[in-house]
Ligand binder design. Structure first.
Ligand code: AMP
Length: 282
């Protein structure tokens, strides 16, 4: 596996691949890799001639300094894992390699950036589209892989690609979970043992809500999940919402025309966790 630290090194690899008409699969990450990330990489390896993974903790998408500073970083472990799943190139840039100017990408995200995650993390999605667009320009991928763990992010990336007319196929990959159901996340590494034991209540609550869906109203389901989380002394729910799957329009009563998705953000100590589940249709 080739490790690129600069734009020039990366561009050489991209140019070589393009000259040989090889397809490029791309997986942008912030590192601290786990099986969720590696599944995206494996999908890319299967579907493309070469796979490029980026590891970049993008300060522009963090609205809390502590979250940025404490974000787990371990490039050597990450590189070993990527090598094992046959990644071809890993791009691990420093800040100035990605942001060599202060300009910000201006994308009309149609308000998607202001709800759910966007409401609680102002500026987050502008930071995400900015970095992903810059990485797309460098990597020139045929396909790029994103997890539904960050469901709203996936929708935002789709909106950015459409708005900016980027020629890339966005491939969505389902949430990979731990054996007990907890969604894998780099931030799980920051949980203490007791916090981790209690954090499983998040996935349990949304799975239970899914089982109740057929016979329950939206407000009942939201309150059911909120209460399950809120009653646990290690957890503080930030939002529990049910939205239309395709548009992320909030469902207030039983007025959703599309399939529904339940999304939550929960604080577990000082760590903010998100999860979601597509609700079985009624
Ligand atoms: P991150 O490093 O957290 O920015 O994530 C990089 C990519 O991996 C994003 O597209 C995430 O949605 C995806 N991802 C993170 N955790 C999981 C998971 N548990 N299952 C599937 N995809 C994931």
């Amino acid at each position: 596996m080739i490790v690129c630290r600069t734009k020039e090194e990366l561009s050489n690899e991209v140019l070589n691949a393009k000259k040989q008409s090889k397809t490029i699969g791309f997986v942008p990450t912030m590192g601290a890799l786990h099986k969720g990330h590696l599944t995206l990489v494996q999908n890319s390896v299967e579907e493309n001639d070469i796979t490029i993974v980026s590891i970049f903790v993008n300060p522009r998408q963090f609205n809390q300094t502590e979250d940025f500073e404490k974000y787990p970083r371990n490039h050597q472990d990450d590189a070993n894992l990527l090598d094992e799943v046959k990644c071809d190139v890993v791009f691990i840039p420093i800040y100035n390699e990605v942001f060599n100017d202060e300009s910000k990408l201006n994308v009309d995200l149609k308000g998607l950036e202001n709800i759910l995650e966007g409401e609680h993390r102002p500026g987050h999605f502008q930071g995400v589209v900015d970095v992903v667009h810059r990485l797309f320009v460098l990597v020139k991928p045929n396909r790029a892989y994103f997890g539904t763990k960050d469901y709203q992010q996936l929708m935002i990336i789709n909106a950015m690609v459409k708005y900016c007319n980027v020629d890339v196929q966005i491939v969505e990959c389902p949430i990979v979970r731990e054996v007990d159901g907890m969604a894998m996340s780099s931030r799980n590494k920051r949980l203490s043992k007791i916090e981790r034991e209690n954090a499983v209540v998040i996935s349990k609550a949304i799975f239970e809500a899914n089982n109740l869906n057929e016979n329950s109203t939206i407000s009942y389901l939201k309150k059911f999940v909120w209460d399950k989380l809120n009653v646990n002394k290690y957890l503080t729910p930030e939002y529990v919402e049910i939205c239309e799957q395709k548009t992320l329009k909030l469902c207030t009563a039983d007025d959703c025309v599309d399939n529904k998705i339940l999304l939550v953000a929960v604080w577990c100590g000082k760590v903010r966790l998100i999860d979601n589940i597509l609700l079985n249709s009624k």
